[in-house]
Write a protein of this length. Structure first.
Length: 147
Protein backbone atom coordinates (compact mmCIF):
# COMPACT_ATOMS: atom_id res chain seq x y z
CA UNK A 1 0.00 0.00 0.00
CA UNK A 2 1.38 3.40 -1.00
CA UNK A 3 0.87 6.08 1.61
CA UNK A 4 0.47 9.83 1.08
CA UNK A 5 3.80 10.62 2.82
CA UNK A 6 5.58 8.15 0.51
CA UNK A 7 4.03 9.78 -2.58
CA UNK A 8 5.02 13.21 -1.27
CA UNK A 9 8.66 12.17 -0.79
CA UNK A 10 8.71 10.54 -4.23
CA UNK A 11 7.37 13.74 -5.85
CA UNK A 12 9.97 15.88 -4.04
CA UNK A 13 12.79 13.58 -5.22
CA UNK A 14 11.56 13.73 -8.82
CA UNK A 15 11.25 17.53 -8.71
CA UNK A 16 14.73 17.84 -7.22
CA UNK A 17 16.24 15.65 -9.92
CA UNK A 18 14.50 17.60 -12.67
CA UNK A 19 15.61 20.98 -11.35
CA UNK A 20 19.20 19.77 -10.88
CA UNK A 21 19.32 18.62 -14.50
CA UNK A 22 17.82 21.90 -15.73
CA UNK A 23 20.39 23.97 -13.81
CA UNK A 24 23.34 22.05 -15.26
CA UNK A 25 25.01 24.01 -18.08
CA UNK A 26 25.10 22.38 -21.48
CA UNK A 27 28.36 20.69 -22.37
CA UNK A 28 27.76 21.38 -26.09
CA UNK A 29 28.08 25.02 -27.15
CA UNK A 30 27.90 27.04 -30.35
CA UNK A 31 30.53 29.79 -30.46
CA UNK A 32 31.52 32.57 -32.86
CA UNK A 33 28.46 32.06 -35.06
CA UNK A 34 28.10 34.27 -38.11
CA UNK A 35 26.25 34.61 -41.41
CA UNK A 36 27.71 36.13 -44.55
CA UNK A 37 25.35 38.93 -45.66
CA UNK A 38 23.86 37.73 -48.96
CA UNK A 39 23.04 39.96 -51.94
CA UNK A 40 19.59 41.60 -51.64
CA UNK A 41 17.99 39.26 -54.22
CA UNK A 42 19.37 36.02 -52.72
CA UNK A 43 16.97 33.53 -51.13
CA UNK A 44 19.69 31.75 -49.18
CA UNK A 45 22.64 32.51 -46.96
CA UNK A 46 25.46 30.51 -45.41
CA UNK A 47 26.12 30.24 -41.69
CA UNK A 48 29.31 29.35 -39.86
CA UNK A 49 30.27 28.65 -36.24
CA UNK A 50 32.38 26.55 -33.94
CA UNK A 51 30.57 23.69 -32.19
CA UNK A 52 32.39 22.55 -29.06
CA UNK A 53 31.53 19.25 -27.37
CA UNK A 54 32.70 19.51 -23.76
CA UNK A 55 30.73 16.37 -22.84
CA UNK A 56 32.36 13.17 -21.64
CA UNK A 57 30.63 11.28 -24.46
CA UNK A 58 30.27 11.79 -28.20
CA UNK A 59 27.21 13.65 -29.48
CA UNK A 60 25.60 13.79 -32.91
CA UNK A 61 23.93 16.84 -34.45
CA UNK A 62 20.89 15.63 -36.40
CA UNK A 63 19.13 18.89 -37.29
CA UNK A 64 19.34 22.67 -37.18
CA UNK A 65 16.65 25.34 -37.20
CA UNK A 66 16.12 29.04 -36.62
CA UNK A 67 13.13 31.33 -36.20
CA UNK A 68 14.90 33.64 -38.68
CA UNK A 69 14.72 31.15 -41.62
CA UNK A 70 12.08 28.81 -43.05
CA UNK A 71 14.67 26.07 -43.62
CA UNK A 72 18.08 25.38 -42.09
CA UNK A 73 20.29 22.40 -42.89
CA UNK A 74 23.87 21.26 -42.56
CA UNK A 75 25.88 20.95 -45.77
CA UNK A 76 29.45 20.21 -46.75
CA UNK A 77 31.35 21.65 -49.71
CA UNK A 78 34.15 19.58 -51.19
CA UNK A 79 36.38 19.87 -54.22
CA UNK A 80 36.91 16.67 -56.24
CA UNK A 81 39.05 16.73 -59.40
CA UNK A 82 38.70 20.49 -59.58
CA UNK A 83 34.91 20.40 -59.32
CA UNK A 84 33.13 21.90 -56.32
CA UNK A 85 30.37 19.75 -54.86
CA UNK A 86 27.94 20.32 -52.04
CA UNK A 87 25.96 17.67 -50.20
CA UNK A 88 23.56 17.63 -47.28
CA UNK A 89 24.92 16.26 -44.00
CA UNK A 90 22.23 14.26 -42.17
CA UNK A 91 24.29 13.48 -39.06
CA UNK A 92 27.32 15.31 -37.68
CA UNK A 93 29.08 13.23 -34.99
CA UNK A 94 31.32 15.16 -32.59
CA UNK A 95 33.66 13.17 -30.36
CA UNK A 96 33.87 13.85 -26.63
CA UNK A 97 36.05 16.90 -26.06
CA UNK A 98 36.22 17.69 -29.79
CA UNK A 99 35.42 20.83 -31.75
CA UNK A 100 33.92 21.07 -35.24
CA UNK A 101 34.33 24.22 -37.28
CA UNK A 102 31.64 25.25 -39.75
CA UNK A 103 33.55 27.45 -42.23
CA UNK A 104 33.52 28.65 -45.84
CA UNK A 105 34.56 25.88 -48.22
CA UNK A 106 33.71 23.08 -45.76
CA UNK A 107 30.92 22.24 -43.34
CA UNK A 108 28.35 25.04 -43.15
CA UNK A 109 24.71 25.85 -42.51
CA UNK A 110 22.42 26.48 -45.48
CA UNK A 111 19.94 29.14 -44.39
CA UNK A 112 16.95 29.30 -46.74
CA UNK A 113 14.16 31.91 -47.03
CA UNK A 114 14.94 34.43 -44.33
CA UNK A 115 11.88 35.66 -42.47
CA UNK A 116 13.19 39.27 -42.43
CA UNK A 117 15.59 41.20 -44.63
CA UNK A 118 19.09 40.52 -43.33
CA UNK A 119 21.26 43.50 -42.44
CA UNK A 120 24.82 43.67 -41.16
CA UNK A 121 24.96 43.48 -37.37
CA UNK A 122 21.74 41.51 -36.90
CA UNK A 123 21.93 38.66 -34.40
CA UNK A 124 19.91 35.59 -35.36
CA UNK A 125 18.92 32.59 -33.21
CA UNK A 126 20.13 29.09 -34.03
CA UNK A 127 19.14 25.78 -32.47
CA UNK A 128 20.90 22.47 -33.04
CA UNK A 129 19.10 19.20 -32.27
CA UNK A 130 21.18 16.33 -30.92
CA UNK A 131 20.42 12.64 -31.47
CA UNK A 132 19.76 12.21 -27.73
CA UNK A 133 16.94 14.79 -27.87
CA UNK A 134 18.82 17.74 -26.38
CA UNK A 135 18.69 21.17 -28.01
CA UNK A 136 21.67 23.51 -28.19
CA UNK A 137 20.99 27.22 -28.57
CA UNK A 138 23.37 29.57 -30.33
CA UNK A 139 23.49 32.90 -32.14
CA UNK A 140 24.66 33.94 -35.61
CA UNK A 141 25.74 37.52 -36.29
CA UNK A 142 25.23 38.86 -39.80
CA UNK A 143 28.49 40.17 -41.30
CA UNK A 144 29.26 42.10 -44.47
CA UNK A 145 30.75 39.95 -47.22
CA UNK A 146 34.51 40.45 -47.59
CA UNK A 147 35.37 42.54 -50.62
Amino acid sequence: MITKPFVGVLLMLCAGAASAGAAEPSCVVVEQGWVRLPPPSASMAAGYATIRNGCKVAVTVVAADSRAFDDVSLHESTRVDGVSRMRAVERLPIAAGATVELKPGGLHLMLMQSVDTLTAGMVLPLRLSLADGRKVEGMLQVREAAR
